[in-house]
Design a binder for this molecule. Structure first.
Ligand code: SF4
Length: 286
């Protein structure tokens, strides 16, 4: 669940208040996965940063992850981190803990302070810019999501978001055209934009982000990455996997070939030789 009550979102009314699983239950479940040979643990919640806040008013995410690190996972990935809860301590923790993927999925939703306020987000343009800079300076890969065409989003606010995406060069960003959720405060707001404008704005933002992802892929050419194999892509006749800086089924992937046997769930060193659209391509390194 979630207690944030963003004005566009129906999740708090559907799933209820934020409730944390007991630490001992999570550890028992994780232990089973680790005993089964699972290499990557994805810790996911509507807002993972607030883990345990319903126990005693304080977040216990770092404590939980420190316990999970004692198990046999190679990678631990955290999804999703609400921006107002991402502080210096959490950034340092992600940066320095060997098993924690250097990857943060922080849904920003917008950058214009007026739009953020109407969304009931607990951030501003200033705090958003500062946070993105801190995450990038720490060398952490960042994913985010943006909502384009929120009710009352002016052309100026849209331009601000487009410039922000262009300049901030966030590694991955999903752009969604605002869609009305019945019963939410945003649904009752004035200033709904036409479907045509929402679509055009979202397409423009997506094109900017695609160019960023493609140029990041080009910059990786020649580098050797640690890839967790996920399986075979029969259409492309090659293997497919992801790195610690790519969330499976969410971000781009690494397509690779190999002279050696490749097994899903094992790690391989892959030399990047190019890209296919936004995906990386390569070959295992002998
Ligand atoms: Fe909670 Fe996310 Fe919905 Fe906001 S958008 S209310 S943070 S689930």
């Amino acid at each position: 669940g979630c207690n944030n009550f963003c004005t566009y979102c129906a999740i708090p009314s559907i799933r209820g208040r934020y409730r944390s699983e007991k630490l001992s239950d999570l550890l028992a479940e994780a232990k089973k996965l680790s005993d089964d040979g699972v290499k990557e643990l994805i810790l996911v919640a509507q807002d993972v940063t607030r883990y345990g806040i319903d126990f005693d008013g304080k977040p216990h995410l770092i404590e939980l992850v420190r316990e999970l690190e004692k198990l046999d996972f190679e990678w631990i990935r955290l999804l999703y981190l609400e921006p107002e809860m991402v502080d210096d301590e959490l950034i340092d923790f992600v940066k320095n803990e060997p098993k924690v993927c250097k990857y943060m999925d922080v849904p920003l939703q917008h950058v214009d302070s007026g739009v953020l306020k109407r969304m009931n987000r607990h951030t501003t343009e200033k705090s958003t810019r500062e946070l993105v800079k801190k995450i990038k300076d720490a060398g952490i890969t960042m994913r985010t999501s943006f909502i384009s065409g929120f009710p009352g989003e002016s052309e100026e606010a849209h331009r601000l978001l487009a410039r922000f995406i262009e300049e901030a060069r966030i590694d991955f960003a999903g752009v969604f055209a605002y869609s009305r959720e019945e019963g939410t405060p945003a649904d009752r707001m004035r200033g709904h934009l036409s479907e045509e404008i929402k679509r055009a704005r979202a397409d423009e933002l997506r094109a900017i982000e695609t160019e960023i992802i493609e140029s990041n892929c080009d910059a990786r050419k020649g580098s050797v990455l640690t890839v967790l194999a996920d399986g075979i892509d029969y259409d492309r006749q090659c293997f497919v996997g992801h790195t610690a800086r790519q969330t499976p089924d969410v971000d781009n992937v690494v397509y690779f070939t190999s002279d050696e046997e490749v097994r899903a769930g094992e790690f391989y060193r892959v030399r990047v030789d190019g890209r296919d659209g936004i995906d990386l391509t390569g070959r295992t390194k002998q």
